[in-house]
Design a protein around this ligand. Structure first.
Ligand code: IPD
Ligand code: CA
Ligand code: CA
Length: 266
């Protein structure tokens, strides 16, 4: 049987090189909804990835952001974000990536995230550790939230009432600060590589987080939802950390949620 991870790595590199070609010139932007961008590069990258995966694994199921997925009934399912960080990409801000993961019966078993701007390739296989450009990576050892750097993200349809703004406000003051780089898969890889102590987001799709979540777990980190329940591809929220600041951050989420409920209920 072909090695799933090797195939995914080759395909992610190819798709990343395809995306990079667009960085030289203006790119046409289309709108799925207000502030929800898609470009010809997203669509082209997805077509390329699906073509390659289909050649290697014709029976596998696929969930892909731009709609090219297929439900074949297979126990194996690929989760593909052909361009994570589309808004950055469309504005020429070079923080974007390709994210490809494979799940077996709902559990992610392999993941690749490729950042063509930095030529950084993150990969993990369940039980075999996490790697950046073939070097083993591990989450940071920082145990105090007050010394941690965090990251989060907001969906394109965020509103003033977005609960995440409350989390952002409070956690900014409890840490070294919060970044909002704009590509969730890379944010998760930054937790895996020890660059961020924690990352959370409330409205993500399975293709945004499948590969990155495995990277964090294989790098020794912890991945749950914002209530501390186990990570699930089906839930839209995710909270990943180095494990050491996890409980402190969970407490903060819970406190804010309680305050928010009180205000909402008058
Ligand atoms: C988005 C990015 C962003 C996150 C958004 C996602 P896309 O994915 O990951 O960082 O905050 O929630 O939708 O649309 O660029 O693939
Ligand atoms: Ca995405
Ligand atoms: Ca995308």
């Amino acid at each position: 049987m072909e090695n799933f991870l090797d195939v995914a790595v080759g395909v992610a590199r190819e798709a990343g090189a395809f995306l990079k070609q667009f960085s030289k010139g203006p790119i046409e932007i289309f709108y799925k909804r207000k502030s929800d961008l898609v470009t010809e590069a997203d669509r082209g990258s997805e077509a390329l990835i699906l073509d390659r995966l289909h050649k290697h694994f014709p029976g596998h199921a696929v969930v892909a952001e731009e709609g090219g997925g297929a439900d074949t009934g297979s126990d194996y399912c690929w989760y593909i974000d052909p361009l994570d960080g589309t808004t950055n990409f469309a504005h020429g801000f070079p923080v974007y990536c390709v994210s490809i993961a494979l799940a077996y019966r709902g559990e992610v078993i392999a993941g690749v995230v490729y950042d063509p701007s930095r030529e950084e390739l993150f990969q993990a296989e369940r039980g075999a550790g996490a790697y950046l450009n073939n070097q083993r990576i591990r989450v940071s050892k920082t145990a105090n939230l007050s010394e941690g750097l965090l990251a989060t993200g907001f969906p394109p349809f965020a509103t003033n009432h977005d609960l995440n703004l409350q989390f952002f406000f409070k956690l900014t003051r409890l840490s070294h600060g919060i970044r909002r780089p704009g590509a969730a898969a890379l944010d998760l890889c930054s937790v895996a590589a020890g660059r961020f102590e924690g990352f959370w987001e409330l409205k993500l799709n399975s293709w945004d987080k499948a590969a990155g979540a495995l990277l964090v777990m294989e790098a020794g980190g912890r991945v749950t939802d914002l209530a501390g329940d186990p990570f699930s591809l089906q839930r839209d929220e995710i909270f990943a950390s180095n494990g050491l600041v996890h409980d402190e951050m969970l407490e903060t989420f819970s406190e804010i949620l309680e305050e928010y409920k009180k205000v909402e209920c008058g």
